[in-house]
Every structure is written in structure tokens, then in C-alpha cells.
Ligand binder design. Structure first.
Ligand code: UD1
Ligand code: UDP
Length: 353
């Protein structure tokens, strides 16, 4: 079977690496990078670290408005799908790269397989929510990470075949956790003691694109008595710069470049608490037994909140301060996202299709 995989953004390299390792045992995989993320530390570092081959092609679309970026990807992917004639196009998550690949494949009547299907925030102002819903409705094979994701898809009566595979990111974390402990020097480099710092990330458009919101959120983080380490997404750095708050943030926080995956897993594993607006980071904190404070009003990963490991606080400064001060690891943890064998399940289901 020949599978054409499309990736473009940081979390997709990590998810695709987990599946690729399994898929390439018995199948041909052509890996196309859209070029949505392109900085060394947002892209290349993951291919070097995660043991996946270099992309077969990079469309190098770069950054642009949603429409222009998606359109350029769509045109490039159509050409590649035509040239490769794959049995299926495999897409991940909810970025513009995901949507472009789904539309390109749908228009060419090529089967679409969607990993991380069925997630919903029910917040239609998030670009990612639109990408997810449209991709799920175009997909032929929907690989859902949890029972709730399956239910969400059933409620929407999607036409494709829905399967609960578990979450590929759990596979990724299981692969990385011990390797990170053995190989990452990030704690020494930053002079950090385990359990004595907060790890934060902020990149969601809803938080970064409003100057008051971003400044308030960074102030709330900085008020925490522990050291706050913030590997900053380029979007966030650009906004800080634009709003004239970068220097202030650099003074109050340990602002560093985006970290490689092993360093970032190590930072999450050893943090006292994680504060984030990332989808993937909420889940990884959960897998790594680190309590999480989520700076969003809602989450697609509701199981982590229901289990008491994740607290939703939005961008309200007081709520962030309070949640950081009180976050604690519950005594128990359920396993709503499978057993860490999602990549094998995805590969088997692709075989059977
Ligand atoms: C995208 C995804 C988001 C995902 C995130 C993962 C969409 C709509 N959003 O958001 O769902 O959570 O990736 O990190 O697809 N930039 C650089 N260098 C890079 C990449 C980006 O400087 O390598 C800057 C550019 O100024 C760009 C901005 O970051 O305009 C935003 O990048 P973009 O890919 O459009 O969206 P993300 O915020 O990264
Ligand atoms: N990540 C990383 N380095 C960082 C920040 C995040 O390797 O500095 C990884 C993190 O471990 C997770 C993924 O990137 O696997 C999450 O991506 P991101 O937060 O950019 O996007 P989202 O998951 O919100 O779509």
C-alpha cells in the first residue's frame, strides 16, 4: 500500500513520526511537508531527533493569511497527489496543512485518513475547529483518539468509517520519555531543579493577537513565585515585539527559543506545573503526570479536566494565578487515550481498508 502523508506544523511532525515508524515496516510512505512551519527549531529539529526520514518534498508555502496559505498548499498538494497516485492520503490534527490536504485528496477522489479525528472545542471562532470539522466530514477513515471523539463523530453523522485507535501522541511520549531522561541536558543548561519551576507555552491566536490579553497573561505567569520557563513560539515573539512587551517579558520570565522534542518532554516531565494554551501540551502533561493549567475557555481534551489533571482558566489573570498556586496531581489517573499502541492500530486499519 502506498500512503502519502502530509505534515506542515510542529505537532504534526511529532505525531507523524510515531505513525511512520510503524507504517514504514510494511508500506511505502511518501512524506510531503507543506512548509507551514519552516524555522530550524519549528521544523528541522524534529526530523533530526525523531528518527524519521527527511520529507520527500517540501512545498515551502511559508506564512500567510489563512486563505492564501491554504490555497497555495492545496495547489501544491494536488500536483503531488496526482504524481504519486497514492492509495490513501494521511493527515493529522487540525492545522491549515490538514485541511488543504483533505480538500486536495477529496477533489481527486483519493481516500483520506484523518488521525486525531472527532475532537471538538465547539468554539467556531478557532480556525482549528473549522479545519477539524471540515476534514472529518471529508475523511474516509477517521482515527479517533478517545471514546468521546468517536461519540462526537457519531453525533455529526460523518460519512466515513470511525475507529477508536487511541492517541498517537501517547505513543510519541512513551517513545520519548526515557530517551529524554537519558539524553536531554536542558535542566542543566537552564539551571533548573526538578519540580521547582513552571513550564509555560502560549501560541493560540485567541491569546496572542490581543495586546491586553497577551500582556495580562504574561504578567499573571510572571507573578508566580517559581521560575517560569517559556519556550516561545515565533508567533508569540512577533506579537510581543509588535506590542512593545518583549523586553518586559524577557526580564520577568525565562524566555527561550522553541525547544526540541526531547528537551521539551524533559521540561514537561520535571515541571511542577505546566501552563499552556496548546492542545498537545495539555495531553503530554497528563501522560507525564504533571498537572496542567490551560489558558483557554474550553478544551478538546475534556477527559484531562474531568480527571482533575487539567484546569481551564481562560486568559483571566486572577484565575491563572490562583490555578497555578493550587495545581496539584490527583491520586489517580484514568487512561482515556488508549494504551500507547495507536500507531499500530492506525497501520492495521489502513491495511484493512
Ligand atoms: C499553527 C496551527 C495551530 C497549531 C500550531 C502549532 C493553523 C491555523 N494553526 O499555528 O493549530 O497549534 O501551528 O504550533 O494551522 N512563524 C515563524 N516561523 C515558523 C512558523 C511560523 O516565524 O516556522 C510565525 C509567522 O509569523 C506566522 C506565525 O508564526 O505568521 C503563525 O504561524 P502559522 O503556521 O500561521 O500558525 P501557528 O500559530 O503556528
Ligand atoms: N513542543 C516542542 N517544543 C516546544 C513546544 C512544544 O517540541 O518548545 C511540542 C510538544 O511537546 C507537543 C507539540 O510540540 O508535542 C505541541 O505543539 P504546539 O503546542 O505547537 O501545537 P498544538 O498541539 O497546540 O497544535
Amino acid at each position: 500500500m502506498k500512503v502519502l502523508t502530509v505534515v506542515g506544523a510542529r505537532p504534526q511532525f511529532i505525531k507523524a513520526a510515531a505513525v511512520s515508524r510503524e507504517l514504514r515496516r510494511n508500506h511505502d510512505e511518501v512524506l510531503i511537508h507543506t512548509g507551514q512551519h519552516y524555522d530550524e527549531e519549528m521544523s528541522d529539529v524534529f526530523f533530526e531527533e525523531l528518527g524519521i526520514p527527511e520529507p520527500d518534498d517540501n512545498l515551502a508555502v511559508g506564512s500567510d493569511s489563512h486563505g492564501a496559505q491554504t490555497a497555495e498548499m492545496l495547489a501544491g498538494l494536488e500536483e503531488r497527489i496526482e504524481a504519486e497516485d497514492p492509495d490513501a492520503v494521511l493527515v493529522y490534527g487540525d492545522t491549515n496543512s490538514t485541511l488543504a490536504a483533505a480538500i486536495a485528496a477529496a477533489k481527486m477522489d483519493t481516500d483520506i485518513a484523518h488521525v486525531e479525528a472527532g475532537l471538538r472545542s465547539y468554539n467556531r471562532s478557532m480556525p482549528e475547529e473549522i479545519n477539524r470539522v471540515l476534514t472529518d466530514h471529508a475523511a474516509d477513515l477517521l482515527f479517533a483518539p478517545s471514546r468521546r471523539a468517536v461519540e462526537n463523530l457519531r453525533e455529526e453523522s460523518v460519512p466515513g468509517a470511525v475507529h477508536n485507535t487511541g492517541d498517537v501522541m501517547y505513543d510519541a511520549v512513551l517513545w520519548a520519555r526515557d530517551r529524554a531522561e537519558d539524553h536531554s541536558d536542558i535542566l542543566d543548561e537552564l539551571d533548573l531543579e526538578p519540580s521547582e519551576y513552571v513550564l509555560a507555552t502560549v501560541h493560540r491566536a485567541g491569546n496572542t493577537d490581543d495586546p491586553d490579553k497577551l500582556a495580562g497573561l504574561l504578567d499573571a505567569l510572571a507573578d508566580d513565585p517559581r521560575e517560569v520557563v517559556l519556550p516561545a513560539h515565533p508567533r508569540t515573539i512577533n506579537r510581543m515585539q509588535e506590542y512593545g512587551i518583549r523586553e518586559d517579558a524577557e526580564e520577568k520570565l525565562t524566555l527561550i527559543d522553541p525547544a526540541g522534542y526531547l528537551d521539551f518532554v524533559r521540561l514537561q516531565d520535571c515541571a511542577d506545573v505546566v501552563a499552556t494554551d496548546s492542545g498537545g501540551v495539555q495531553k503530554e502533561a497528563f501522560f507525564l503526570d504533571t498537572p496542567c493549567v490551560t489558558m483557554r475557555e474550553e478544551t478538546e481534551w475534556r477527559e484531562t479536566v474531568e480527571a482533575g489533571w487539567n484546569t481551564l482558566v481562560g486568559a483571566d489573570g486572577e484565575a491563572i494565578r490562583r490555578a497555578l498556586a493550587t495545581a496539584d496531581a490527583p491520586a489517580e489517573k484514568p487512561r482515556p487515550y488508549g494504551d500507547g499502541d495507536a500507531a499500530a492500530n492506525v497501520t492495521r486499519l489502513l491495511d484493512d481498508a
